[in-house]
Design a binder for this molecule. Structure first.
Ligand SMILES: Nc1ncnc2c1ncn2[C@@H]1O[C@H](COP(=O)(O)OP(=O)(O)OP(=O)(O)O)[C@@H](O)[C@H]1O
Ligand SMILES: [Mg+2]
Length: 253
């Protein structure tokens, strides 16, 4: 006798997409041309959570962020932003879902002032207000003095702050940040960390790609380690110490 469908066991929890997640990536494969780079990535970022993606060079961390934004040549699997599937939608529709992507190359326009750079991207109808100029200066006090300075005159740290500020203006709630602390002086890294903590307290959801383990260890609630286009380890911040030896093996830190 066949069991009527209504009496069958409900699907396992793993089968039900977490529609509340700010970002839910399931079995993501991604390609650049012929090159198959991501091999079944699974990860999630809950609303208000800061999650860090660690890994050695070439592990696939940037590609994971790029795949969310539709910037790889092909992808399969599922990527949900606040429950909305983005695989299959045109790439210009991703940011209006409330996603801000800060790429490794900061993309500051040299001929524009800091203020003009900041005001350049339009506020998007994400359902959240973008941060205004005053809120940005409260977050990054260095930028207030540099408002009229051309992009070329800004230090690396100021350019990085501006690149983050720019995506906050759009009304993004989910921030994808690629190596924002890279190559910056410790005092600037500290200022970025302070700003990240403010954003966290404001309820932003953040996916951070980092090489700077100390920076991310102070910020993230949860960590993933990638290797060869896959997630090979996941842990909460409380378990960092316990996993020190494994992390050392995976990251060489
Ligand atoms: N545009 C591209 N075309 C072809 N292959 C690429 C492209 N960009 C990256 N790759 C390859 O994809 C793999 C993953 O690269 P990715 O940039 O995602 O690494 P990553 O973890 O961000 O590391 P890092 O930033 O330290 O280089 C690497 O083998 C890289 O050589
Ligand atoms: Mg990278």
């Amino acid at each position: 006798m066949t069991v009527p469908e209504v009496l069958q066991a409900p699907p396992g929890l793993a089968d039900i997409p977490d529609l509340d997640a700010a970002l839910l990536i399931d079995n993501l494969h991604a390609w650049y041309g012929e090159s198959h780079v991501l091999h079944g990535v699974n990860l999630h970022v809950e609303p208000g959570e800061t999650v860090c993606l660690l890994g050695r060079n070439g592990a696939g961390r940037t590609t994971t962020l790029r795949a969310v934004m539709g910037l790889t040549s092909a992808r399969t699997g599922s990527i949900r932003v606040s429950g909305r599937e983005v695989i299959g939608i045109p790439r210009h529709r991703v940011a209006p879902l409330g996603v801000g992507y800060c790429p490794e190359e900061r993309g500051i326009f040299a001929s524009l002032s800091a203020q003009e750079n900041f005001l350049l991207p339009p506020e998007l109808k994400t359902g959240f207000p973008g941060l205004g100029e005053e809120e940005i200066y409260a977050l990054f006090p260095n930028l207030r003095d540099r408002a009229k300075s051309p992009g070329t005159r800004l230090s690396g740290g100021e350019q990085q702050m501006l690149a983050v500020a720019r995506i906050l203006r759009t009304g993004a709630r989910l921030l994808l940040l690629d190596e924002i602390s890279e190559g910056l002086a410790p005092v600037i890294v500290q200022a970025l960390g302070r700003a990240m903590n403010i954003l966290k307290n404001k309820g932003f959801s953040i996916l951070l790609v980092e090489q700077n383990f100390r920076f991310s260890a102070n910020l993230a609630d949860r960590f993933y380690v990638m290797e060869g286009g896959r997630i090979v380890l996941e842990m909460a911040r409380a378990d960092l110490e316990k996993n020190r030896a494994t992390l050392k093996g995976l990251l060489g830190i």
